[in-house]
Design a protein. Structure first.
Length: 177
């Protein structure tokens, strides 16, 4: 019995020393990982980005088709006035008005080129739209070709160049939806 008493006393003496030796607290709770976007939120964000890109393409299509509709009638009139001016049968006021109209049309072609350049830059720089950029690329070049043809006075061919741009834009819009 004394033997058990000695062992118990030794255990009681060693117990406070073991408790002092442990300086680090151990806990079973783990730190929560940093909050990440849920798959649903990420999908919604991707959809919103794609919808914004599609809306920008739709605006360009609307502007281009409205312009091309008006250009069809105006281009023929411009060519007829040019022919009359070359034959010296048109008044100077009519010739001057014709030149002003040509300048406005040329400025419109330049505006379309700038707008399409910006659209391509937006698609290239937006992570959710980069896959669609390949289909869209070249539309600004088509507008630049139209601008060059308009500067040369070939408004009919310039309009056809913009029709190619509209085709490219609608193809891109079709794969986005």
């Amino acid at each position: 019995m004394t033997r058990y008493l000695i062992i118990a006393a030794a255990c009681l003496l060693l117990l406070p020393i073991a408790a002092v030796g442990q300086t680090r607290n151990r806990s079973t709770s783990r730190q929560k990982p940093a909050a990440t976007a849920t798959p649903t939120a990420t999908a919604q964000q991707a959809t919103a980005i794609r919808n914004e890109g599609a809306a920008r393409i739709a605006v360009q299509i609307k502007n281009l088709t409205a312009f091309l509709y008006r250009l069809g009638g105006v281009a023929k009139g411009l060519q007829e006035l040019d022919a009359a001016a070359n034959a010296a049968s048109a008044s100077p006021a009519v010739v001057q008005q014709n030149e002003q109209n040509k300048a406005k049309i040329k400025a419109s072609f330049a505006d379309f080129r700038v707008g399409l350049d910006n659209l391509e830059i937006y698609f290239r720089g937006t992570p959710g739209l980069q896959s669609y950029y390949l289909k869209l690329a070249g539309s600004a070049e088509g507008a630049a070709n139209g601008e060059a043809l308009a500067a040369a006075g070939q408004f009919d061919r310039a309009g056809r160049s913009l029709l190619g741009v509209v085709d490219r834009l609608t193809d891109t819009l079709a794969i986005m939806r």
